[in-house]
Design a protein around this ligand. Structure first.
Ligand code: CU
Length: 390
């Protein structure tokens, strides 16, 4: 080999080496060129870590939180009467017009709420340091489930966990279809059922609504089970043959409310204050454009809390309902039938108003009536009456 050839080869090898280093640099740091978007090693590791945390958060959620916040994390939107607020909410996670700053604030606040609980509500403290069941990493995983860009996958995982926990062994399914009014369901196997317990049909996926049924009587030899339909805040649609039947959802505890007077609330918080206005509610006649403010947790019309609203029959009232609080609220009129969640309800638009946002509701009723109003998320604290005068 002559010297020229050797030099050329050296130069060649040097280029190969440099190019290799360059490729490794790209691999390590990521690049976005020629229509190729490669994340880089570190970014990929961060994504993996976050997805793992979301998944762990979903498992923890299913074990500890779904009794109050629902199988799908949608609280009272999922099933009337669930005491927990919706946590599976788009405005809690990045995307759309939700800024990173607002997600960071949500994450911070929720970390505090989960750690210390919320005085005056059923939300307990979870931190080990406050005698709760979770350590700080687990609390962070739950916050990540709610506020991650991968939250949707996380909530799907939470539903799978719940379904797995609630399925019978061996599994049960409807042996025949049942309509909305049917009070007997036919099961492939009716063994091992307890009178008074609940069953669930539906909710196999995150998009599926579900019904909760109470077991009234069981005929094990035929597989027929007499049930009460559409209980626990659910409604009763028809179900197809083959639909899986799960154990009913875990019942939320009805107490204790955190930090009642005479107890020591966690994290040095103040005791819960009674928020119901003293004495009978004030009656206020409203007409035209009305600002009906919501706080944590009360309605407020010009300084009167949870007032009785008097409206003339046939009059149109345009309510604006700003949420000046931090928790989610809404406004729902039961309508002339006096029952919530029926066709004649009026509900604010949007039906979930987050802190700082506002909703609207137009109301007209041609005839006289008296019925209650409430916030779906705080039905024991945010409630009052509407009198439509003829
Ligand atoms: Cu409310």
């Amino acid at each position: 080999m002559n010297t020229d050839k050797q030099v050329n080869m050296m130069i060649g090898l040097m280029f190969v080496g440099l190019f290799g280093t360059f490729l490794y640099f790209l691999f390590d740091n990521g690049f976005n060129a020629f229509g190729i978007d490669f994340e880089g090693r570190e970014a990929a590791a961060t994504v993996r870590q976050e997805k793992t945390n979301v998944e762990r958060g979903a498992v923890l959620y299913s074990l500890n939180c779904r009794s109050c916040h629902g199988i799908m994390g949608q609280g009272a939107l999922e099933r009337a009467g669930l005491p927990g607020l919706p946590l599976n909410v788009e405005s809690f996670r990045p995307g759309g017009d939700v800024s990173e700053a607002s997600v960071a604030m949500t994450a911070d606040r929720f970390n505090g709420t989960i750690t210390c609980g919320r005085v005056g509500t059923l939300m307990p403290q979870w931190s080990n340091e406050e005698d709760g069941a979770l350590n700080e990493f687990q609390i962070e995983q739950l916050v990540t489930l709610i506020t991650s860009e991968f939250a949707e996958e996380g909530w799907e995982h939470a539903v799978e966990e719940a379904n797995h926990a609630d399925e019978f062994a061996p599994r049960k399914h409807l042996a025949a279809a049942v309509g909305p009014d049917g009070t007997t369901i036919e099961l492939n196997d009716a063994s091992g059922l307890t009178l008074g317990d609940t069953l669930r049909i539906g909710g196999d996926t995150i998009d599926g609504a579900y019904e909760v049924l109470v077991i009234v009587s069981v005929n094990e030899s035929t597989g027929s089970v007499e049930v009460e339909r559409g209980t626990n805040g659910s409604s009763a649609p028809s179900h197809e043959a083959g639909a899986e039947v799960y154990r009913g959802p875990i019942v939320p505890p009805d107490g204790p409310v955190l930090g009642l007077p005479g107890t020591t609330p966690p994290c040095g918080q103040k005791n819960a204050q009674p928020i119901a206005p003293p004495g009978p509610a004030v009656t206020i006649a409203v007409t035209g454009d009305v600002e009906f403010t919501m706080g944590d947790n009360f309605f407020d019309l010009d300084g009167s809390l949870n007032p009785t609203l008097e409206i003339a029959a046939g009059d149109t009232v345009n309510f604006t309902v700003p949420n000046n609080g931090i928790a989610i609220h809404n406004l729902r009129f039961a309508g002339p039938d006096g029952e919530y969640n029926t066709d004649d309800d009026d509900v604010s638009d949007p039906a979930v108003i987050i802190g700082g946002a506002q909703g609207t509701m137009e109301f007209t009723l041609p005839e006289a009536a008296t019925f209650p109003y409430q916030c779906d998320f705080h039905p024991l604290e945010m409630l009052g009456e509407v009198t439509v005068t003829g």
